[in-house]
Design a protein around this ligand. Sequence first.
Ligand SMILES: N[C@@H](CCC(=O)N[C@@H](CS)C(=O)NCC(=O)O)C(=O)O
Length: 200
Amino acid sequence: MIQLYGVPMSRALRSIWAIEEVGVEYELVPTNFLEDSKQSEYLEINPNGRIPTLVDGDVTLFESMAINLYLARKYDGGLQPKSPDDEARAVQWSFWGMSEIEPPLMDMVRHKVMLPEAQRDADTVKAAEAAIQKPLRVLDDALAERPFLLGDAFTIADLNVASVLSMAQFVGFDFSSFAKVQRWYDAGTSRPAFARARSR
Ligand SMILES: N[C@@H](CCC(=O)N[C@@H](CS)C(=O)NCC(=O)O)C(=O)O
């Protein structure tokens, strides 16, 4: 059986969501990111000492976006884009989410929640809130013509970007002024698989 290492209150939520969507049987191996992910047995499957990690037979993968693209390609569940062109667009949006959306959101998470209060820096939060406006505008414009990133159907492109953006919930970051982003995000995160993933 497929094994997914991680816990929902982390970036592993992205891959728990994807595996819940594709509907294959799997075992969630509870692995926290402070201690469990630093144990020598775990480091053998993920030398980065981070979560998530997926083990599916001979395939061992780290990096949430790579895991999710693999799950969609292999098990589909309706997530896999239907043409090579759209598959490339899904890869594009996944890389984009990680390089444009995650860094400012992580600055907010660190400086509003994770760091000890004395180390939190309000200016870093302000800069991150400013920096994320541009990619949110790009996303909003991309959603002007179609309900989902690749067209009429929810795919792995949507799941990957929405799951990165979902870190906003931990810091109360409000992006409702980007109405199309908000509508699209609500459509994605109201899917039953997302609720199941959060409650694992
Ligand atoms: N780019 C990786 C990042 C994974 C990551 O940093 N996960 C965090 C938990 S949210 C972690 O394991 N942190 C432990 C550490 O950095 O030591 C991915 O998307 O899978």
